[in-house]
Design a protein around this ligand. Structure first.
Ligand SMILES: C[S@@+](CC[C@H](N)C(=O)[O-])C[C@H]1O[C@@H](n2cnc3c(N)ncnc32)[C@H](O)[C@@H]1O
Length: 231
């Protein structure tokens, strides 16, 4: 049986300036996932029931590679792992990191703005979806001073900091496997409009649980878990 300490953090390198480096939010996800792995289940879902995992907005690939490591350690955990990002450089970087961690062509990577370029064949497939989205409110000042439009994808969640996330939640309905246990994990920030986010989530038919919270200098970073409740 695997133990918490036996699942290492993936090795991560990245040559591109515009790709988000793993940070407190990325490790908040990984640390929670590690603690929720038992001998035969992940966060209460039996390993055998988890068939498709998606790491949306994969960046360097860290979350997808973490699950690939788990898959290599635990024979009963055998899902197909997908990872996507809006930025082409992210996919180049994530594929290199897959190799750096001694896996090759195991994870399916593709470029997509949220689910817009996902193939039809992936509809109603995913049990586990993870999105550490851009979650800060847009700032015209930062945008202009950085003058790097691609880097904005890492942090710019829209005017209220929640627009990208809400679009994600609207689109994901088509891709969840409702016939099996399913969880959607996402990160939010106290700097965004959380009141509106909670309302929108409810209106879209999901139940949200705040699982964990960490306090950084200017904000709380929150790990959330969604489940679809209304058909
Ligand atoms: C905060 S970073 C998280 C990166 C990585 N998952 C991690 O935890 O370290 C947000 C990621 O979402 C991607 N992203 C932003 N908007 C997106 C969209 N519309 N569709 C897909 N990916 C998007 C960014 O390019 C970036 O890689």
């Amino acid at each position: 049986m695997i133990t918490i300490n036996s699942i290492p953090d993936p090795l991560i390198e990245c040559e591109f300036e515009n790709i988000y480096r793993p940070s407190d939010d990325s490790y908040l996800l990984l640390d929670y996932f590690r603690r929720r792995i038992t001998g035969d289940s992940f966060d209460g879902i039996l390993f055998e029931e988890i068939e498709y995992i998606l790491d949306m907005g994969t960046g360097t690939g860290i979350v997808a590679i973490f699950f690939q490591i788990l898959k290599s350690l635990e024979p009963k955990f055998n899902p197909k792992i997908y990872a996507s990002d809006i930025l082409e450089e992210s996919l180049i970087c994530a594929r290199k990191n897959e190799i750096l961690n001694n896996f090759e062509n195991k994870i399916v990577f593709f470029q997509s703005d949220l689910f817009k370029s996902f193939p039809e064949s992936l509809r109603t497939k995913f049990n586990i979806i993870i999105f550490n989205p851009p979650y800060l409110p847009s700032s015209p000042f930062i945008k202009e001073s950085l003058n790097k439009k691609d880097f904005n994808h890492s942090w710019d969640g829209g005017y209220k900091g929640i627009e990208v996330l809400i679009d994600f939640i609207k689109e994901l309905k088509e891709f969840i496997n409702y016939n099996k246990a399913h969880y959607i994990y996402f990160i939010s920030s106290s700097n965004s409009n959380l009141v509106e986010l909670v309302k929108q989530i409810d209106d879209l038919g999901y139940r949200n649980e705040q699982l964990e919270k960490i306090h950084l200098f200017f904000e709380d970073i929150i790990l959330n878990r969604l489940q679809f409740v209304k058909c």
